[in-house]
Ligand binder design. Structure first.
Ligand SMILES: Cc1cc2nc3c(=O)[nH]c(=O)nc-3n(C[C@H](O)[C@H](O)[C@H](O)COP(=O)(O)OP(=O)(O)OC[C@H]3O[C@@H](n4cnc5c(N)ncnc54)[C@H](O)[C@@H]3O)c2cc1C
Length: 371
């Protein structure tokens, strides 16, 4: 079998990149070892909150650009796929823990007002005193230290996003091969030639590796693309009615509410768990205790689902994006850690431009594979 490009890994990165490459006229085959989306992507809570406005590094800058374009991306995707992508921009409220957090929040508001796009009615970010918080979110526990309300934060329904991405890929002519694991890269004289599965070789002039925590399987790239797993546990509560209206963040716990009464609760951060992708009593207890402490009425909510996922984390939580110097024609995109859903629109564009044109309009030098 032959293709212009073979994509290995059908998570949010692989699917988005495959769609964007097909739009550029490339013949794309995507291999997925299990089902598309079944890795970290399906575990995500779909929270799309921008990094602090006071942080101006290259990752924060790319992340914000991706998030500012997310609504347009979701609309374009939904239309092209004929599958609605659930998207809401209702903001995020972070409970402030102490005097330092309050002081940081003042700077944060000033930086956001000065630099962020006016995508909602102003202000884009504001401080809430305890009384204001109670008025906006009456079910959240009284909080005298106040809160920070980021109105540009949004949320996407991950199930709908992944369903739409698979459908749009099919409609764009991408050949999706599920239950098909790539077991070996075919490389000759430093140039990518294709991949081997257990039963056949897929020959292709270009390759895209979006294998998340599975990237280490490929010995030729493991050193240049060091991606390790960081387990995250999460759960779904259902209150049957809308009780909270925005994403609420309280320390390490966050709640992502949907209008039908579902509330996603995330998440643990457990690098020590390695490749163990199971829920633990400790993890579930941490989430439930935090959720009920934040919103006491949740004690009566139905516990509908618990799950865990292995976030692919690059060095220091940074993604790795770009062509491998020692394997011409092979591009990687992975290690997006906690922000892969939010980063997918921009990463997909970058990968498609690199593969189709050999360059992209963003400065990805800080994210290139280490060689
Ligand atoms: C609990 C939790 C909550 C999260 N919440 C958010 C959030 O609110 N917002 C956000 O932006 N991000 C969130 N994330 C992070 C986000 O889920 C990830 O950053 C993102 O899904 C990574 O996507 P990916 O495509 O790189 O990896 P994956 O989704 O893991 O995809 C990799 C795919 O490659 C396949 N694969 C691996 N090896 C092979 C092989 N040899 N051959 C073929 N296929 C192979 C795997 O089966 C898998 O499907 C969360 C993650 C977790 C765990």
């Amino acid at each position: 079998m032959t293709a212009d490009v073979v994509v290995v890994g059908g998570g949010v990165m692989g699917l988005t990149s495959a769609w964007r490459m097909a739009q550029r006229g490339l013949k794309v085959t995507l291999l997925e070892a299990n089902r598309c989306g079944s890795g970290a992507s399906q575990a995500a809570l779909g929270a799309l909150w921008p990094p602090s406005a006071t942080r101006t590094g290259p990752l924060q800058s790319l992340h914000r650009q991706s998030l500012w374009g997310f609504e347009e991306f979701a609309n374009e995707l939904g239309q092209a796929a004929g599958v609605a992508v659930d998207f809401l921009r209702r903001g995020r409220i972070e409970l402030l823990s102490d005097v330092k957090a309050q002081a940081d929040a003042v700077q944060e508001v000033a930086a956001a007002q000065a630099n962020w796009p006016p995508m909602v009615s102003p202000p884009v970010m504001q401080l809430l005193a305890g009384d204001d918080l109670h008025r906006e979110e009456p079910e959240v526990i009284p909080w005298s230290a106040g809160a920070l309300w980021c109105k540009l934060s949004a949320q996407v329904g991950v199930e709908s996003l992944l369903a739409a991405l698979q459908e749009v890929c099919r409609r764009s002519g991408v050949i999706i091969m599920e239950s098909t694991r790539a077991v070996k890269l075919d490389i000759a004289e430093g140039t990518f030639r294709g991949v081997h599965t257990l039963s056949e070789k897929i020959a292709a002039g270009k390759g895209v590796l979006t294998t998340g925590v599975g990237t280490g399987l490929f010995g030729e790239v493991a050193k240049a693309v060091p991606i390790h797993p960081v387990r995250g546990q999460a759960l779904l509560l259902n209150t049957g009615r809308e009780m909270i209206f925005r994403i609420i963040k309280n320390g390490k716990i966050f709640l992502v509410p949907w209008p039908d009464g579902r509330i996603l609760v995330g998440s643990t951060t457990e690098p020590q768990a390695g490749f163990d992708n199971t829920n633990t009593a400790d993890g579930v207890n941490f989430l439930l205790t935090g959720a009920v402490a934040t919103c006491p009425a949740l004690a009566k909510a139905k516990l509908e689902k618990i799950w865990s996922g292995l976030r692919p984390s690059g060095p220091h939580g940074r993604p790795i994006i770009g062509e491998l110097k020692h394997i011409h024609g092979l591009v990687v995109a992975g290690g997006h850690f906690k922000i892969g859903i939010g980063m997918a629109p921009l990463t997909g564009e970058i990968i498609a431009d690199l593969v189709a044109h050999g360059r992209c309009k963003y400065d990805i030098s800080p994210f290139l594979p280490r060689e």
